[in-house]
Design a protein around this ligand. Structure first.
Ligand SMILES: Cc1cc2nc3c(=O)[nH]c(=O)nc-3n(C[C@H](O)[C@H](O)[C@H](O)COP(=O)(O)OP(=O)(O)OC[C@H]3O[C@@H](n4cnc5c(N)ncnc54)[C@H](O)[C@@H]3O)c2cc1C
Length: 516
């Protein structure tokens, strides 16, 4: 009997280090499938930019697989009917794929596929591709397991496939075919080749100033790795990035470069650390980690504030510049993402779910496990992390001291004198006229008062955290989700004794307790 494998590509659009592809070699022949699922297209997190990027990756992948004798079918529909239809056309005897840690719809889809495979008597083998551990009982020992997986040999194809049955492979659909409008974002280059180029340029050249470049949106654009969309769509495996980084550190004669790359290497495990939280508690997509926070913001949602934040017209130049830059490019550095969420959650007191959905659509690298954990962390609803409230004027002064970023993305402020650029509402009317920017006409007045809004948010958040209920629950959240390396007190309360200077993390403080 012909043993035919079907390799189901999901968020792993590559050939290099692809365990299901390697497993398929053991079969008589094999074919590959990518399913464009309506559940994905219609999910509130999905944006045309995500689909566009995936289609570009698929075009390249189809060629790369064809060169190895494997046809890649791309079909539109829900997973079970697509698999059943394909099975009626070409009987396949095994389904191979990577594990996925996704949101609710993809989890439900996997349950349905598992049931269908069982009823059709088709074994479905899933392979790991990140450090996420399924059915994890305890976080103890997690970091060692991550290390072991990442150090394991890469899964590389040795040889090609015997040609499978001839099947029609229609052209890939366009966004219009899928009923989606053009997105207008200037995206990073897609595909496995671009991913490898990006990794190489970072490890050889761009990474040099990594630690210094992280926080400012001006320097981070080039100084960060920019690998996140490639990790999200799987055009690079985490193992490839980890191993290439270790080799680069070992081989560079430059101590500065090695130091920079060690900072980067540490962040790679955060990727999986955050994804593990969603794997362990899928509900965090919808519900507060700390249920004591339920009701905190739900009834206070201000639609006008939300619209102003989404459109980058809050009257705070750094917030507006970051939002407009994100909307135009699909990427923003960590610190500025954190500031956008802090402003929405504390200054504007907006619940993290609608703001998180909006940001998920903007981020080309949308990765559910990282995203929803970070949304909650920056909104103070994990119950365990230090509360971080960013002043947008201080961030402008610290991260954009010459005003280049603000002037680039908020052209209304292009002629505003530097001393007023972070606080344009402080210009008197004659300066406004000279700058060609009348506040309230050409550029909005601040929608809330920075200091008053921060004070109100602090009172509410610290008031809640002091309660016995909050303290008890923080212990539970820490036990379930906290890294054993975080060093935080188990209750997640503020650290009483300051760190000694020599203990201080070399990374910016905003990420200091990320592992919690
Ligand atoms: C509210 C919010 C939402 C976020 N949503 C996402 C998301 O959907 N997808 C996503 O990949 N990242 C997300 N991040 C984390 C971080 O901002 C991005 O990983 C980073 O900016 C991506 O750029 P880079 O690849 O150049 O990062 P680099 O600094 O070069 O880091 C390399 C890789 O390390 C991992 N990493 C770095 N920082 C973090 C972090 N703080 N948490 C988890 N992993 C990290 C990522 O995989 C990243 O690609 C979010 C952060 C915040 C504050």
């Amino acid at each position: 009997m012909t043993r035919r494998a079907l390799v189901w590509f999901k968020r792993d659009l590559r050939v290099h280090d692809h365990a299901p592809l390697v497993a398929a070699l053991a079969h008589t022949d094999a074919l590959a499938l990518f399913i464009i699922e309506p559940e994905w297209l219609h999910s509130p997190e999905c944006d045309a930019s995500h689909v566009d990027f995936a289609l570009q990756c698929l075009a390249e992948l189809r060629i790369a697989l064809a060169q190895r004798g494997m046809p890649l079918l791309v079909r539109v529909g829900s997973a079970v009917p697509v698999l059943a239809q394909l099975h009626s056309e070409v009987v396949f005897t095994q389904l191979l794929s990577h594990e996925e840690t996704g949101t609710g719809w993809s989890y439900q889809r996997d349950l349905q596929v598992a049931a269908w495979c069982k009823s059709a008597d088709i074994p479905w083998q899933e392979f790991t591709q990140t450090g996420v551990v399924r059915r994890l009982r305890s976080r103890s020992g997690w970091a060692q397991r991550w290390q072991a997986r990442m150090d394991a040999p890469l899964q590389l194809l040795d040889g090609g496939f015997s040609p499978a049955v001839a099947l029609e492979q229609p052209e890939l659909p366009t966004l219009a075919d899928l009923g989606m409008e053009r997105h207008g974002k200037a995206l990073q280059a897609a595909g496995e080749k671009a991913a490898r180029r990006t990794l190489k340029s970072f490890l050889q050249v761009r990474g040099y100033d990594y630690r210094k470049s992280l926080s400012s949106p001006l320097t981070a654009e080039d100084g960060c790795s920019r690998l996140s969309p490639h990790l999200a769509f799987g055009t690079l495996s985490m193992r490839t990035v980890h191993q290439a980084t270790e080799v680069a550190i070992a081989n560079t004669p430059d101590r500065e470069m090695a130091y920079a790359l060690r900072g980067f290497a540490g962040r790679l495990r955060w990727h999986c650390h955050f994804m593990q939280k969603l794997e362990d508690e899928p509900d965090i997509e919808f519900h507060n980690f700390a249920r004591v926070c339920d009701g905190l913001r739900e009834n206070d949602f201000n639609d006008d504030y939300f619209a102003a934040w989404c459109e980058g017209r809050t009257g705070y130049p750094m917030v507006d510049a970051c939002m407009r830059s994100l909307i135009a490019t699909g990427w923003l550095n960590f610190r500025m993402r954190a500031m956008l969420v802090s402003f929405a959650s504390y200054h504007l007191w907006l619940h993290w779910r609608p703001t998180g959905l909006f940001l998920a659509r903007q981020f080309l690298d949308y990765e559910p496990g990282i995203h929803w954990s970070q949304m909650q962390m920056q909104s103070g609803t994990t119950g365990i992390n230090t509360l971080r409230m960013y002043s947008p004027t201080k961030q402008a002064q610290d991260q954009d001291p010459e005003g280049l970023f603000i002037r680039r993305w908020v052209p209304e402020l292009a002629r505003v004198p530097l001393p007023y650029l972070a606080t344009p509402w402080k210009m008197d009317i004659s300066v406004q006229r000279m700058a060609g920017c009348i506040i309230g006409v050409d550029y909005p007045a601040p929608i809330v008062d920075d200091k008053l809004a921060m004070k109100a948010a602090k009172d509410r958040m610290y008031g809640l955290r002091k309660t016995q209920e909050a303290r008890e629950e923080a212990g539970e959240v820490q036990a379930k989700h906290g890294s054993r390396k975080s060093g935080l007190p188990p209750t997640g309360q503020r650290r009483k004794t300051p760190r000694r200077k020599s203990d201080a993390p070399a990374t910016p403080s905003s990420q200091g307790d990320l592992f919690a």
